[in-house]
Design a protein around this ligand. Structure first.
Ligand code: HPA
Length: 271
């Protein structure tokens, strides 16, 4: 895998991606956050050597490079999900590439189902911890020490300073934010009422099908991670409603402007 990563990195550097400061993974319904980036280079995944090609509706699959505020960012418009059939090493491949492009800071976004009874649809949640319930671990198998350690410490999966900075930005901009624990399941089914209850009993505030593998791999390589989630549906006892991919996309869209603003100000202010 190491050599494949170098090959992809070489390709991207030749295409003009130089010294990026931030990597951003745009989640379901949040793809148009890309509009806030002053795009200089835009490459469809299918043109990038060794990149998997995303198939899900609502995930367009383009790597974007450009300026956000005063920073160079690489954004993934469309991510890879385990439920699509990819192996975890494939799901997380672009994160490895980001690191070898020189990126130290990762922002991941997603849509999730809220199980915290104080949450509402459209709420924005800063992820302050996660529970990994995915069936395959991205670090399973022989460890390559060039990436990171065999036994990875995860006492601070989401960078506390980044959380604090984002909370301040949200306050200054009068954008209310929640904070909570994200639990990852493989999907592609949404949860049954009993499963939402399980998620809640396990101590999580929201549940989704992504993010955790990417964060684990980013941490493996020593990157700082910030995660943000839009609550697109609720799985609260007595209130478990019908949910669809379209409803999730629509609900995510309703908060897109606010998340864009937060992410932009955040990147601008980060030193
Ligand atoms: N479960 C899993 N993934 C999700 C959900 C959910 O309820 N909502 C949006 N993505």
């Amino acid at each position: 895998m190491y050599n494949k990563i170098q090959e992809t990195v070489e390709f991207l550097k030749k295409r003009g991606i130089q010294e990026p400061d931030f990597g951003i993974v745009l989640g379901t319904g949040l793809g148009s956050l890309v509009n806030m980036i002053n795009t200089e280079i835009s490459i469809p995944y299918k043109e990038i050597p060794n990149f998997p090609v995303s198939t899900v509706q609502g995930h367009s699959g383009t790597l974007i490079y450009g300026k956000l505020g005063n920073k160079n960012v690489v954004a993934m418009q469309g991510r890879f999900h385990y439920y699509e059939g990819w192996k975890m090493k494939e799901v997380t491949f672009p994160i490895r590439v980001m690191k070898f492009l020189g990126i130290e800071n990762l922002i991941v976004s997603n849509a999730s189902g809220g199980v915290n009874p104080s949450f509402k649809v459209g709420d924005i949640m800063i992820i302050n911890d996660h529970i990994n319930m995915m069936p395959e671990h991205p670090l399973r198998g022989m460890n390559d020490d060039r990436f990171g350690p065999r036994f990875l410490d995860l006492h601070e999966p989401y960078n506390l300073k980044m959380i604090e900075v984002m909370e301040n930005i949200a306050r200054q901009n009068n954008i209310p934010v929640q904070k909570g624990i994200y639990l990852a399941l493989q999907g592609p089914t949404f949860e049954t009422p009993a499963e939402y209850k399980m998620v809640s009993l396990m101590g999580a505030d929201a549940v989704g099908m992504s993010t955790v593998p990417e964060v684990i791999v980013a941490k493996h390589m020593g990157m700082h991670c910030f995660g943000i989630s839009v609550i697109t549906d609720l799985g609260i006892e007595g209130y478990v409603e019908e949910v669809s991919h379209e409803a999730v996309q629509l609900a995510a869209k309703s908060s897109e402007k606010k998340i864009s603003k937060l992410v932009k100000e955040f990147v601008k202010s980060w030193e």
